[in-house]
Write a protein that binds this ligand. Structure first.
Ligand code: DGL
Length: 270
């Protein structure tokens, strides 16, 4: 594979959630150019079949490969669960691929004090049991309990953040018996870090809340370093943001998540 450090990094999600990961990448690796794709025309992924999610993920992969990305980061848990192997196959010989689930699973496995962990995510991610499978493969002693929390994506995409409505929904999901006495909660959906502090508050700041965006950014840095692919161009990169459909609120939300002025471009998937 003939890659060079000056190529961009492609990051995608069903919507704005992946910007929580993109923003962590920007903070840790300010020299890297990011090409972001939010598949807003098909959001949410979490309620769709894995076959359908895989189909979208492969079309986005084609687009990011056309954009000459050196690495594709699947910044969506649902797409990571449904399409990681297929995206890797498609990008073989052309770009490296990273998902958001493996780094979080490794983090849990390495932290010996985390004996029982909870995971919340979309219906797709949770019903696939992928966190349980990956964590247990690394450390069979861990207890993993999981819970779908599908309403949260809709609330976040609609801007119901830090208000009574999101508080009530968080309480509804997290009070479930299943999630009792956990040592940590994995935010298994890239939208959730937006309401991380509300979730931490639910636990009175006593339970560890694992936001995988920083863990994933660190993993990305390690991969680029190992492959000698860090960008050493001294210029500040100009990131690009694409959506498959414009929605009223997306730009505002995107600027809030990504912490800079964003100009959205529309790119329909074929
Ligand atoms: N942000 C995505 C994830 O991490 C999913 C949101 C959706 O349902 O589209 O799973």
């Amino acid at each position: 594979m003939q890659l060079n450090g000056n190529q961009p990094i492609g990051i995608f999600d069903s919507g704005a959630g992946g910007l929580t990961v993109a923003s962590a990448v920007k903070k840790l690796l300010p020299g890297e150019k990011i090409i972001y794709f939010g598949d807003t025309a098909h959001l949410p992924y979490g309620d769709k079949s894995f076959e359908t999610v895989k189909k979208y993920a492969l079309k986005i992969t084609d687009f990011l490969l056309e954009k000459n990305c050196k690495l594709i980061l699947i910044a969506c848990n649902t797409a990571s669960a449904a399409a990681y192997e297929a995206v890797k196959e498609k990008a073989k010989g052309k770009a490296l691929v990273l998902n958001v689930i493996d780094p979080a699973a490794e983090y849990v496995a390495e932290n010996k004090n985390l004996k029982k962990v909870g995971v919340i995510g979309t219906k797709g991610t949770i019903s696939a049991g992928i966190y349980t499978e990956k964590i247990k493969k690394l450390d069979g002693e861990k207890e993993v309990v999981s819970m779908p929390a599908p309403l949260l994506v809709h609330l976040i995409e609609e801007g119901f953040i830090y208000d009574n409505i999101s508080n009530a929904v968080i309480k509804h999901y997290l009070s479930d018996e299943k999630l009792k006495n956990i040592d940590a909660l994995i935010l298994g959906c890239t939208h959730y870090p937006v309401i991380k502090n509300q979730i931490r508050k639910f636990y009175n700041f006593k339970t560890t809340v694992i936001d995988s965006s920083e863990i994933v950014a660190q993993k990305l840095k390690n991969i680029l370093t190992e492959n000698n692919l860090l960008n050493n161009d001294k210029q500040t990169p100009r990131h690009e943001f694409y959506v498959s459909d414009y929605t009223d609120f997306f730009e505002t939300l995107a600027e809030m998540f990504f912490d800079e002025k964003i100009k959205l471009l529309k790119k329909e998937l074929p």
